[in-house]
Design a protein around this ligand. Structure first.
Ligand code: RB5
Length: 150
């Protein structure tokens, strides 16, 4: 599996995305930035879609999306097959969504969380393994809803 992280934002999440990129560089992690490239107003679904495609093709293993609240990005991302996106604003959720939900996309709101908290969540999201066990059937049941869309 790829170890490259996909990262994206809209204008509301742009500054936070840049902070996270600097953190990933510091950690020596590879990433692909799907945009946006400035604080000029854009529509978040476009960037959620670009990021989800990176995961669906296997080019990237995990994704990080930032918008104003994290909510629009998570809604858009969760419409994509195989994507389990979690909108988080606390470290407990960022850790548990890996352990229990096997989340592959972390969404955060730049108008909700500060940069320090966001980076702690990024580290937990990237460094925490899925627990498996009793959670496997539940995650599979969630993923099975993808088939009903077709
Ligand atoms: C943009 O103003 C804002 O709506 C967007 O960043 C996000 O919060 C949507 O959920």
């Amino acid at each position: 599996m790829s170890t490259i992280i996909a990262i994206g934002s809209d204008h509301g999440g742009f500054d936070l995305k840049e902070v996270i990129k600097a953190h990933l560089i510091e950690r020596g992690l590879k990433f692909i930035d799907v945009g946006t490239t400035s604080t000029k107003s854009v529509d978040y679904p476009e960037f959620a879609h670009k990021l989800c495609q990176k995961i669906q093709t296997g080019e990237c293993s995990r994704g990080i999306l930032c918008c104003g609240t994290g909510i629009g990005m998570s809604m858009a991302a969760n419409k994509h097959k195989g994507i389990r996106a979690a909108c988080c604003s606390d470290t407990y959720s960022a850790k548990l969504t890996r352990q229990h939900n096997d989340a592959n996309v972390l969404c955060m709101g730049a108008r909700v969380v500060g940069a320090g908290l966001a980076l702690d969540m990024v580290d937990l999201f990237l460094d925490t393994d899925f627990e498996g066990g009793r959670h496997v059937n539940r995650v599979n049941a969630v993923d099975a809803f993808d088939e009903e869309k077709e």
